[in-house]
Design a protein around this ligand. Structure first.
Ligand code: PRT
Ligand code: ZN
Length: 283
């Protein structure tokens, strides 16, 4: 039985729940429940505060955990980073009042910086040979300059609107973060076997994200040119259409590339273009 800790409620919950669901690990998330067994996989899901997860995984209370990479780096715990999961992306940045002129990191020398992530900030300051006073506070970091507690902040930024509405501007990215899967270092053979099964599922789910299945019809004379635009997993499938001189082309495509090539596809006579989501991809 593998014990998987995920955030009870917050910015990681939805992504963690949908990843497990896409891996076909089914369980009911009853209100107020702290632990629930999976119905069709040898696992239990624990619902915890994200900050508690690294320690629980280190101690073996949970075998696996899903947390933000920022939390992992702040809590220097003895756990393994098994996989980056691609959701809950954000960055940790230094920000200063909008009206201040900024010429580089030396700005922070001798300044007071408020943050909830003193370990990460200290590492950044050391790397840049900056001596600053770190004010460790647990929430609402962005108000610190306004109330005279600090001259700068280091906080998590996603859209940037929190900084903006507090009269701050982002001046340095300290690190980029996303959800990560962490694991206990002493799992026994049985647990490692279940972990292998879960990783196989997770990798096929994560690989499929960001890719689409493309189907289109094209005149035969342009099939080669269109195939050149559509690098499939191996090579695209080309099938003759009932209509003479036309073919149907099927391929897998990086979603972000689709909008770059759509005009070229149309210029080559592609018609009836369908873009279909892929649930899992086993290579
Ligand atoms: O209750 P619990 O302790 O479990 O949750 P929490 O309140 O500590 O964490 P939560 O749910 O806020 O965030 C969990 C994780 O999500 C973080 O550790 C990050 O890895 C990731 N994440 C992604 C974010 C954001 N985006 C984010 N925007 N965490 C926090 N924010 C906050 C940020 O602190 C700031 O107040 O959102 C504000 C900035 O957002 P923008 O969009 O205005 O820039
Ligand atoms: Zn937290």
């Amino acid at each position: 039985m593998l014990k998987i800790a995920i955030q009870k409620s917050g910015r990681l919950s939805e992504g963690s729940l949908s990843l497990l669901k896409d891996c076909d690990v089914k369980f009911s998330k009853g209100k107020g429940k702290l632990v629930t067994p999976a119905q069709n996989f040898p696992a239990q899901v624990l619902f915890l505060r994200d900050d508690d997860i690294p320690q629980y995984v280190e101690d073996g209370v949970a075998d696996l955990g899903i947390i933000g990479e920022n939390v992992l780096l702040e809590h220097t715990c003895e756990v393994d980073l098994i996989k980056r999961l691609g959701f809950s992306k954000c960055r940790m940045s230094l920000a200063i009042p909008r009206t201040e002129a900024y010429q580089g990191v030396s700005y922070f020398d001798k300044k007071r910086i408020a943050t909830s992530y003193p370990v990460i900030l200290q590492k950044f300051l050391d790397k840049h040979n900056i001596t600053a006073e770190i004010h460790s506070i647990s929430g609402s970091v962005e108000i610190a300059p306004g109330i005279g507690l600090a001259e700068a902040v280091m906080d998590i930024v996603s859209t940037g609107s929190t900084l903006l509405s507090n009269g701050l501007k982002e001046v340095e990215t300290v690190l980029k973060s996303e959800a990560v899967l962490i694991g206990n270092r002493d799992m026994d053979e049985k647990k490692l076997q279940i972990l292998n099964q879960l990783m196989f599922r997770m990798e096929s789910v994560l690989k499929a994200r960001g890719f689409k299945y493309v189907l289109l019809n094209a005149p035969n004379k342009n099939v080669d040119a269109i195939i050149n635009l559509l690098p499939g997993m191996k090579s695209p499938t080309v099938l003759p259409l009932a209509e003479q001189g036309w073919s149907s082309i099927h391929s897998v495509l990086d979603e972000s590339k689709f909008w770059q090539i759509i005009d070229q596809l149309k210029a080559l006579g592609a018609e009836g273009i369908l873009i279909v989501p892929i649930e899992k991809m086993v290579l």
